[in-house]
Write a protein that binds this ligand. Sequence first.
Ligand code: NDP
Ligand SMILES: N[C@@H](CC=O)C(=O)O
Length: 818
Amino acid sequence: MKILKFGGSSVANQANIKKVFEIIQKSQSEGDIAVVFSAFGGVTEVLLNSAAAAKNGDKSYVQDIKILEDRHIELVRQLFPINLQSPVLTYVKVRFNELEDLFHGIFLIKECSPRTLDYVASFGERLSAFVLAEALKVEGFNSKYLDAREVVRTNDRFGNAKVDFPATNDLILDYFHNNSTIQIITGFIGSTSKGETTTLGRSGSDYTASIFASALHAESLEIWTDVSGVMTSDPRLVYTAFTIPQLSYSEAMELSHFGAKVIFPSTMMPAMKKGIPIYIKNTFEPSNPGTLINGDAPSGKLIKGISSMSDISLLNIQGAGILDVIDVNRRIFSALSSVNINVILISQASSEQITCLAIKSFEVTLAKEAIEKEFFHEIRNGEIDVVHVISDLAIVAVVGENMKQNPGASGRMFQALGRNNVNVYAIAQGSSELNISAVVSKSDLQKALNALHEAFFLSDNKVLHVFLVGVGLIGQALIKMIANQQQKLQKENLLDIQIHGIANSRYMAFNEDGFDLKNCPLPEAAEGAKEMDLDKFISQMESMNFSNSVFVDCTASQDVADFYERILEAKVAIVTPNKKANSSSLEKYKNLKKLAGKRSVKFLYETNVAAGLPVINTLQDLMLSGDKVIKIEAVLSGSMNYIFSELEKGAPFSEVVKLAKEKGYTEPDPRDDLSGMDVARKILILGREAEQDLHFEDISIQSMVPEDCVEAGSVDEFFHKLMGHDGEFANLLAEAAERGEKLRFMATLENGKAKVGLKSLDNSHPFSTLKGSDNMILFTTERYHDFPMIIRGPGAGADVTAAGVFADVIRLGNYTRS
Ligand SMILES: NC(=O)C1=CN([C@@H]2O[C@H](COP(=O)(O)OP(=O)(O)OC[C@H]3O[C@@H](n4cnc5c(N)ncnc54)[C@H](OP(=O)(O)O)[C@@H]3O)[C@@H](O)[C@H]2O)C=CC1
Ligand SMILES: N[C@@H](CC=O)C(=O)O
């Protein structure tokens, strides 16, 4: 015998009921079955609300009950051929007449006792089970309606009645003896020995099914619902959650205690005591195996699931004199029990000076009052401080039998939370090692769940959540690159890069699920685009609160760089080609590095110097391995090298500068390049990376921007004015050529002093061979003393720069793997 139970959503309408009948058909062809039904979806709620309305003298119940009656009548019309409708319609009408009288009585006396309320609620299951039993007959099943009140015997604790198992088991066995029909049983209800109707509390229909499974020694119990089993975490908060194939009874109970709503712990008890396997299956996807709950805990992952509970408050009872107070914990618990408050989690320091309790937030005021009343004298004498409340919290719990005797679970849990900047307020783990719970801020709940889910289930698989400011040349090239590589990275590198925020100087837009990168809009064209406000952009990024968030700055803006401290403080990594932060004050440069270290978050800027060439990483490796930089000589500007090498072909200076801009080599304002400022920033950054305390003032800079061009109000005006100087630059070039030399814009750093400017170089000089946007960096160090280390290649342009930024982002994926 198998017991099948279908919840309200499974029988909410005719289409769903059709699916339920197909499942019953299949199960029945495999062996004996009995079926438990809940009320049609939403019916119990209407009944209870209507009773409350009637009690309050609100006549709206009349209309609501009429709608309910019409819904039942309509279902009968849909399920039965016209000639077979009459007896079923009569049953329905009689029940609603009774209900009408009942509600009228409640309305008149303005009273509705728990006993009456149970009777009212019972109509839901009585109607659904009767109609469905009759409808199954029409479909050719040998079905029979069973009002569970006949066999489920309970005490008279109305609303949450306790089952008298010996009596109930006898009655069920007796009823089923020699009964070959398919029993269609009302869930949720029972009756006292005096024949009063009772209900079995929360998830009562599951409980009914479990009671019958136990009494009949069923081979299995199937709970059919609208989800495919118990998930590894709440799928509304963790998009990567998946169905757990198998759980032990204890694991299922722990998970459901902390919020997995699929099954309610106490309903499992009768089946569990008999070792009956419970399947959680999806009515709307019957082929999905769902979750099997039984006595086994197969080995595999360290944990089975992560559940959570929000709207939690902590009550801290502490005080220097608490050790002298006798019987503290018993008194706390009896004070709370006297006001019916359930403690969800308790944590006590071994010093015994603090006891910390987690309870539902709506009960916190009452709980505080009860405890303060209990310890009135101790508080007055200063032995106990005033009870301290922390609100707006949530609990996350990792659950799994494999944690027993298996070190590492708590380490992995708290490492994942810490790495994602999730503060933990309290911790609890029982000696059963089945559950480790942590109390966190409610605003961190989603991030905490995702971080834990990734750490325990997807530790080979990482999601990086990118927020991109600056969608110009480099930003757009980066989006395209990520879009082209997204699938490959997911598949082969188990790295999923999603962009959730995009902005330029004018607009910003967000997408919780991540933008479709193949068709990623510009910020101004994105759905829900808003006027750009950096502070709000960062606040939104913080409030989306993803684990592994990355802020990518593809602007050249100082304003954006000024937010880096706040971003790192929020434990969001930064990747940027923008040189402004690292080339500002030495103090800021050092502080950013320190902050990143302190918050264990990465700040990566390989593209600050020579675009995608591996310059910064190489220099950092040299320094980490104990080398010392003696001298740096370099061509660090792709645009300047392009300009002076192209000039050799005879084109006018202003035209070549324009071409350099069109090719994407220059800064947004090319004067940043021509003035030597961009190169100065780069040599400054290299000096600092070489552990030299270099300031901007230590650099002598030769500018190539003619005086009148400095004043130009716009880039267009600058180009216009620059044409007037083409002759001067042609002369410079001709003079160098006469000497058999070439012009290159160079930077050198030696003895703590840097120089940036135009040099006329012998044709045999390595820099004279540079073409196009090439950069070349020569590091003379203690180890590379006789022959310098040389890095050479294109040092500007959209693709090489975006690729460098992309590589930093990918690097982050590797750093964040646990
Ligand atoms: N080009 C190259 O070869 C290399 C460039 N880099 C660096 O890359 C960065 C980007 O360069 P590039 O893409 O060429 O520049 P672009 O001018 O093409 O793009 C800059 C982007 O930043 C946006 N922006 C500017 N100020 C702000 C602000 N305050 N808030 C938000 N967004 C802002 C702009 O918005 P809007 O469109 O509204 O103005 C635009 O979207 C620069 O720091 C540059 O030095 C580094 C190495 C090589
Ligand atoms: N404008 C820069 C590009 C990157 O920093 C250059 O010309 O090298």
